[in-house]
Design a protein around this ligand. Structure first.
Ligand SMILES: Nc1ncnc2c1ncn2[C@@H]1O[C@H](COP(=O)(O)OP(=O)(O)O)[C@@H](O)[C@H]1O
Ligand SMILES: [Mg+2]
Length: 508
């Protein structure tokens, strides 16, 4: 007897349909699965055999062959337990249903419970595209699938529930569709918590408004981490598309919340500096998105930047530029999106007090420069704004002045973003940080005075061509925040102020 049904697999961000075929013929009893990696085959076989018996069905006697097609793509073994089991029961005529319009996925435990799998959103989208009507998946994944329209999502707790549904005895009801809804962001973090730090706050506002990456340098305890954590609260709210894309990645990585799977506020990822290049960029034997992709459409915070491994800093260069990361596999290359705002923070030296107004640094000059030089040059180059975060003084900490709220700052950021969206309509970019060198001339028009100032600074500070480009983009954002069509002198001047640290510390 022969039976065939559909399941789904993942390659990078994309799902594809897998055919699960079962054939039972007379002959010496055997049970073979082809099209799965070796170790996984054995385990899946054992689970399926036990689960069939424990659920009151008969494990058929005969020569059983399961084929998972296409055979040339590597499949994660455990998630095909469910379709394999049903295919066997169909081929042995213990289940007689028309399942042409259905897909199945799930790992089965020995007692017939169905365990959660990763990547459901991408799979549900694919299933809908293929015109499939019913998607049977683990109950713990049902909420995730319920954001995709035009497909019935059936969450299954135990294999017995599914069988009774397929037999038409106790019908399962499809999970109720969920609408995209922003979580209430009466968030716990707010910029008004941070006292003083006027320059750093302004710089973060500019970074948020233009999509720029930013580096914060200052002694321990000056508030760098505090500022970085509040950065997402001044970024524009996520659109539905952004939310879907980010959730898709979190779903593939298996890090989403079962009850509220949709990521509706911008992610903030702060990997520890001991992270490996694979952990940050993604990859591994069973490929998984890395931290930079989990931060997609949000913020990647690299605290203690010089402590990160050199190869981690190197691997980030291209993705930061492209907004996506490509991983080479035997079966081909796969791509994960990673459009992030990078916020990096560091002490100016190992003891942390180099350049401190009142405390003295105990590091030798050589040690200081060795520490600073741990930051890879090309990465430093991709950080548009370099800001000093000085220690807060007593007066600022205790002043009665009410600090600006995140909401107020975000309103200005949104206005500047609107201007950019309008200006870059149809160009393929949405913010100033992504301006190509060819676009700079067209979109960064300076007044004569501004142009003179830039020329004078270029020579006086012996700027590199790249630094010049970065400065222009930042000045463009500062002008947008003020609603100014042209870039004026004060915008250039502020841009220079926001990018002087590389000279102070690294002596560009
Ligand atoms: N500007 C500030 N306003 C209010 N509290 C601050 C400020 N700067 C630092 N602090 C306090 O100091 C603590 C340490 O700050 P933190 O952000 O961890 O410093 P850093 O990351 O620069 O070492 C914060 O949790 C906060 O309580
Ligand atoms: Mg810190």
């Amino acid at each position: 007897m022969f039976a065939k049904l559909k399941s789904l697999g993942l390659f990078g961000m994309d799902a594809y349909v897998i055919d699960v075929e079962a054939d039972i013929s007379s002959g010496l009893p055997s049970f073979d699965i082809v099209g799965l990696p070796d170790a996984a085959v054995k385990e899946s076989r054992d689970r399926v055999r036990a689960a069939i018996k424990n659920c009151g069905y008969k494990f058929p006697i005969g020569k059983i062959t399961i084929n998972l097609a296409p055979a040339d793509v590597k499949k994660e073994g455990s998630v095909y337990d469910l379709p394999i089991m049903i295919a066997i029961l169909m081929a042995s005529e213990q289940i007689k249903s028309d399942l042409d319009n259905s897909v199945f996925i799930g790992e089965v435990s020995l007692d017939g419970n169905i365990r959660k799998v990763n990547g459901i959103i991408a799979m549900a989208i694919k299933a809908r595209q293929e015109g499939i009507e019913n998607f049977f998946l683990p109950a713990d994944n049902a909420n995730e699938g319920s954001y995709v329209d035009d497909i019935n999502i059936f969450g299954i707790k135990n294999i017995k529930d599914l069988f009774s549904h397929l037999k038409g005895e106790n019908l399962l009801t499809p999970t109720i569709k969920r609408e995209f809804e922003r979580e209430d962001v009466s968030a716990t973090l707010d910029f008004s918590d941070v006292r003083g730090q006027v320059v750093a706050k302004k710089a973060l506002e500019v970074a948020a408004a233009g999509g720029h990456n930013i580096l914060l340098i200052g002694p321990p305890g000056s508030g760098k981490s505090m500022l970085a954590k509040r950065f997402p609260t001044i970024l524009p709210e996520m659109t539905f598309e952004e939310s879907m894309d980010t959730t898709k990645i979190h779903s593939i990585a298996g890090v989403i919340d079962k009850e509220n799977p949709m990521v509706t506020s911008r992610p903030f990822r702060a990997p520890h500096h001991t992270i490996s290049a694979t952990g940050l960029a993604g990859g591994g034997t069973l490929p998984r998105p890395g931290e930079i992709s989990l931060a997609h459409n949000g913020v990647l915070f690299m605290d203690e930047l010089p402590e990160f491994h050199r190869d981690v800093m190197e691997v980030m260069r291209q993705p930061l530029e492209d907004g996506k990361i490509t991983i080479s596999r035997v079966a081909g290359t796969l791509t994960y999106p990673c459009s992030v705002s990078l916020v990096a923070a560091m002490n100016p030296c190992p003891c942390g007090f180099f350049g401190h107004p009142t405390r003295s640094c105990t590091c030798s000059q050589k040690l200081v420069s060795k520490y600073l030089n741990k930051v890879s040059g090309p990465l430093l180059d991709r950080l548009d704004l370099h800001i000093e975060v000085p220690p807060v003084d007593y007066e600022s900490l205790n002043s009665a002045i009410k600090e600006e709220s995140s909401e107020t700052i975000r309103a200005r950021v949104n206005r500047a973003r609107d201007i950019q969206n309008e200006r870059y309509k149809g160009t393929g970019i949405t913010c100033n940080a992504r301006l190509t060198p060819a676009m700079l001339k067209k979109y960064c028009v300076m007044t004569d005075e501004a142009s003179d100032l830039l020329k004078a600074s270029f020579e006086a500070l012996s700027m590199s061509a790249r630094a010049y480009d970065r400065l222009l983009k930042v000045a463009r954002t500062i002008a947008d925040l003020e609603g100014s069509a042209n870039i004026e002198t004060q915008h250039i001047a502020q841009g220079i102020q926001f990018r002087s640290l590389d000279r102070k510390y690294w002596g560009e």
